[in-house]
Ligand binder design. Structure first.
Ligand SMILES: NC(=O)c1ccc[n+]([C@@H]2O[C@H](COP(=O)([O-])OP(=O)(O)OC[C@H]3O[C@@H](n4cnc5c(N)ncnc54)[C@H](OP(=O)(O)O)[C@@H]3O)[C@@H](O)[C@H]2O)c1
Length: 291
């Protein structure tokens, strides 16, 4: 039986990856900095490992007896006073060092679709730098480049609940967001696959106008949409860069960038955004996507 270490199991994607590895018959070790966070998913875990990727001492022995390491570790909405370099780069480097010590057979890492085109952004820089180290590590690897997750599309549903959707420019840039369950299949299949770099998005290619429309339709509400001029995006980002820290402007800069460019990846999966919105429309303001 193949053994896998999952780093990121407490996050949106990691939770689905954990379930998929288990479904495919793997023995699973899951890392968490707070073991209590794994309780609700304990049925999929053979062994919990408590440690923080940012503290190399706490990771000692984490890869012992493992065949595969999977990492979806990265800052999304965490407010830990740590930088992308601390977590997305150095945290994953600390895992990679442990993986190298134990000579694991494959390291699977989750980056972002179009990372290469966005490597001027702070959050992406750290990911790309880690990818370069992974490629040089001598270990076999797969890097997954996924499009936006369904979890992030919930912001459109929140806007629709409040009565107005906002898009940048004409709203005609396209994206094919992906559900965590579909993406988890791609991640787990990579363990036995030959592909080193995998671009992937969901089955439906949608403009941002269409996503707003789907959100309103799922609530049976009349569509109300406002268009934000693109120049305002540049102004907002320049202001935020000047007045706030990277912790604040980093995620905003990332989202504003992907909302104002074509983001069409090879399609995969069976989950549709419309159904996801319908499933989540009853949730209150804080829609829960993490364990
Ligand atoms: N969301 C999207 O649309 C999207 C699209 C493409 C790629 N991605 C990338 O895919 C990856 C996974 O995304 P996700 O939505 O699953 O993110 P998520 O729900 O925030 O999960 C991220 C994981 O990283 C861990 N982590 C973050 N900061 C940490 C720290 N300081 N110390 C230890 N662990 C830390 C989290 O642990 P805790 O639970 O303890 O915080 C969690 O397990 C990220 O790198 C993200 O950038 C996301």
């Amino acid at each position: 039986m193949q053994k896998v270490l999952i780093a990121g199991a407490t996050g949106y994607l990691g939770r689905f990856v954990l379930q998929e590895f288990k479904k495919q018959g793997y023995w699973v070790r899951a890392l968490a900095r707070d073991a209590a966070r794994l309780e609700s998913i304990s049925e999929y875990i053979d062994e919990a490992f408590t440690g923080a990727v940012t503290d190399p001492n706490s990771l000692q022995g984490i890869c012992k007896d493992m065949d595969i390491v999977f990492s979806s570790i990265g800052i999304t909405k965490q407010k830990d006073n740590l930088t992308y370099m601390d977590v997305d780069y150095q945290g994953n480097m600390n895992l990679l060092e442990e993986a190298k010590k134990e000579g694991i057979s494959k390291f699977i890492y989750v980056s972002v679709f179009n990372a290469e085109k966005m490597k001027n952004l702070k959050g992406i820089q750290a990911k790309v730098r880690f990818e370069e180290e992974l490629k040089k590590s001598g270990l076999d690897y797969s890097i997954i480049y996924p499009n936006g997750f369904f979890s992030d599309m919930l912001d459109y549903l929140k806007m629709a609940k409040k009565g107005r959707g906002y898009v940048f420019g004409s709203g005609k840039y396209r994206i094919n967001p992906i559900h965590g369950e579909d993406l988890a299949e791609v991640c787990v299949n990579a363990a036995d696959g030959e592909e080193k770099e995998i671009n992937v998005g969901g089955p439906d290619i949608l403009t941002h106008n269409e996503i707003v429309a789907i959100a309103f339709e799922s609530l049976n509400k009349k569509i109300k949409i406002s268009r934000i001029p693109i120049w305002l995006k540049n102004f907002i980002l320049a202001t935020l860069r000047f007045f706030t820290s990277v912790k604040t402007y980093g995620p905003i800069e990332f989202f504003m960038t992907v909302l104002t460019m074509e983001m069409v990846a090879p399609t995969y999966g069976k989950h549709h955004l419309k159904d996801f919105f319908l499933e989540n429309k009853e949730e209150r303001s804080s829609l829960k996507t993490r364990v």
